[in-house]
Design a protein around this ligand. Structure first.
Ligand code: TXA
Ligand code: MG
Length: 308
């Protein structure tokens, strides 16, 4: 894309957002579906077109620390340290919300999720708009997140302007953490790992803790439109004999480098889904560390559940 096309697209996005419309934004994790936080009709529209229940709060995206502080009453020195090391980047902080923030954004919770994304186009957009953006991932509720502009177009057609920033660098949603007294709970694992957080904050108790307040942790989430089955080594024969396993088989082969595996799993799932049949992934019991935790968290949630 030429420089001028790029600048025009960002300016077009600013105008849409100012008038209460939606724009799909590129970030380093996944594409978001954004509205300016000061446009109630835009915020409401996010829930409508995503078919997202109103009990699921949105993350607010900022381009500077001043904006981040304005959203919360709980900004402290730990937040400063986290922001200094991991922002802009794939870390969302759950903090007490400022009273003036539209309760629809936070699903009426008294906390707000805040993140400074690392994509230059996204940061430029927020800088020009001078208003933070509330944005969930740009997919229908419960489905796989988009990691390319074309994925968003497949999901929403022409109804949303997509600011194309190329394929997402990380490919998995941000780490979501909640900050408490002397502790940090990891509500959703991501590219900022428990070890990275613990390294920075050795005196804090840091634990993985999926919370009902974080519906990204619902059992049925991140699902592709064809069933995905996880099988253990030596169990493939058994899987293929199951009556629910029908049509062409697409094996999702994970790159041994977790950064590369993370970057491509969602686009592979989408490609396979277009061809029908089912997806199979071999379980690797040794893949538990660092980014693998986030990858397997998403794969386990994406997996076919017979109760569906
Ligand atoms: O990487 C990401 O985080 C992407 C990009 C677009 O920034 N966004 C994203 O948003 O994945 P979404 O809405 O698909 O997932 C946000 C998760 C949800 O599980 C939501 O429940 C949780 O964060 N969350 C947001 N605000 C929260 C809050 N106040 N308390 C607890 N969980 C919250
Ligand atoms: Mg999502």
């Amino acid at each position: 894309m030429s420089y001028f096309t790029w600048v025009n697209s960002v300016q077009h996005a600013v105008e849409i957002l100012r008038s209460g419309g939606l724009v799909s934004i590129p970030t380093e994790t996944v594409y978001g579906l954004a509205a300016a936080i000061d446009t109630p009709q835009g915020i409401q529209r996010i829930f409508e077109i995503k078919e997202r229940p109103f009990f699921d709060p949105l993350i607010v995206h900022v381009s500077n620390l001043e904006q981040a502080r304005s959203l919360t009453t709980g900004w402290n020195s730990t937040c400063d340290l986290l922001a200094k090391h991991f922002w802009p980047g794939p870390l969302s902080l759950i903090l007490p919300k400022t009273p003036s923030l539209n309760p629809m954004i936070t699903a009426s919770l008294d906390t707000v999720g805040i993140r400074m994304p690392r994509h230059p186009v996204c940061l430029e957009l927020i800088d020009r708009l001078q208003v933070p953006l509330a944005a969930p991932s740009a997919n229908k509720f419960g489905k796989t997140s988009p990691t390319q502009a074309s994925h968003v177009r497949d999901e929403f057609g022409d109804s949303v302007f997509v600011l194309d920033g190329g394929p997402c660098e990380i490919g998995l949603e941000s780490t979501v953490i909640s900050l408490g007294e002397g502790r940090i709970d990891i509500l959703r694992p991501g590219a900022i790992t428990q070890a990275m957080l613990q390294n920075l904050l050795p005196h804090l108790k840091i634990e993985q803790r999926a919370s009902v307040a974080s519906p990204g942790h619902l059992e049925h989430h991140y699902q592709p439109s064809i069933p995905l089955f996880i099988y253990e080594s030596g169990e493939l024969e058994n899987l293929l004999e199951k009556p629910s396993v029908k049509g062409p088989r697409h094996e999702l082969v994970l790159d041994p480098n977790p950064a590369l595996a993370a970057r491509t799993i969602y686009s592979q799932m989408r490609e396979f889904s277009k061809r029908g049949g089912f997806i199979s992934v071999q379980k690797r019991p040794e893949q538990t560390d660092g980014l693998w935790l986030a990858i397997w968290d998403r794969l386990n949630r994406a997996a076919y559940k017979s109760s569906r």
